[in-house]
Design a protein around this ligand. Structure first.
Ligand SMILES: [Mg+2]
Length: 259
């Protein structure tokens, strides 16, 4: 996009650095079993493969088992993509389940899994090709690198450690910071006294749009990671929005001038 390089580079984790789809489906399935008494002992054949490409529609954890519900009921991907928020709300209402209840089912199955078999849970995460090497290069370059995620920071650190990347814990802003990503970006700009040159790589277009709406963050360069959890529609939107830069994995691994 330019000849400049960032002063502060912020990466999202899931869908940018790490592919957590295997974990995501299994957590959704376990929560589904807790919420729906008619759930079979094993997920129907092909359910995971139907679920993976629809991952981008999910905004909040309670929607994970609900997405499984609609797929099991035979709803098509096209129908799901056309108006997921409405479909999610009507489906959960029909099942007479509160979204809070679905949310705590998701949280508790994940907590139980982590508590009972952390290694197995960590093993459900994969890294996108070339990203760890790129991250490693960023860490030794003359710039501040941070990770902003909705996953717990200590797990991010552990996942990276397993791959031989020593990422400083103080530069990981996970679920525990309990604030929106826009707020974290604002805080980083102040803490590191960076006015220009904050670059943010994220795979969720809605998150980038929230930064876009924040007037005091107008200097932040926004990149949509096209290899992550986003739809064709999201990518088209980024391509036509002058503020958003659509970034491919092959660009990411190159020098910043290629971004
Ligand atoms: Mg993400």
């Amino acid at each position: 996009m330019s000849n400049f390089q960032p002063v502060l580079l912020a990466f999202d984790f899931d869908g940018v650095i790490c592919d957590g789809l295997l974990e995501y489906f299994q957590t959704a399935w376990r929560a589904y079993q807790r919420l729906f008494p008619d759930a079979p002992a094993q997920p129907p054949t092909g359910l995971a493969e139907q679920f993976y490409p629809l991952r981008p529609v999910i905004e909040t954890g309670w929607e994970m088992p609900v997405l499984l519900r609609v797929l099991i009921q035979g709803t098509t991907a096209t129908q799901i993509l056309s108006d997921w928020p409405t479909l999610a709300r009507t489906t959960i209402a029909q099942a007479q389940i509160e979204s809070d209840e679905a949310m705590s089912a998701v949280d508790s199955v994940r907590d139980d899994w982590i508590r009972s078999d952390l290694d197995n849970w960590l093993a459900q995460h994969r890294f996108y090709p070339g990203v760890l090497e790129r991250l490693q290069r960023c860490l030794t370059a003359d710039l501040v690198v941070v990770i902003i995620s909705t996953k717990e920071g200590r797990f991010i650190q552990q996942l990276l450690q397993q791959q031989g990347v020593n990422f400083p814990g103080a530069k990981i802003f996970g679920k525990e910071v309990k604030q929106p990503k826009t707020q974290t970006l604002r805080q980083l700009a102040a803490d590191f006294a960076v006015e220009q040159g904050i670059w943010f790589v994220e795979d969720r277009v809605q998150t980038l749009q929230k930064v876009q709406q924040a007037e005091d963050l107008s200097q932040v360069e926004l990149f949509l990671a096209d290899w992550g959890y986003n739809t064709e529609g999201d990518r088209a939107l980024a391509q036509h929005d002058p503020r958003l830069h659509l970034l491919s994995l092959s660009q990411l691994v190159q020098e910043f001038s290629a971004w």
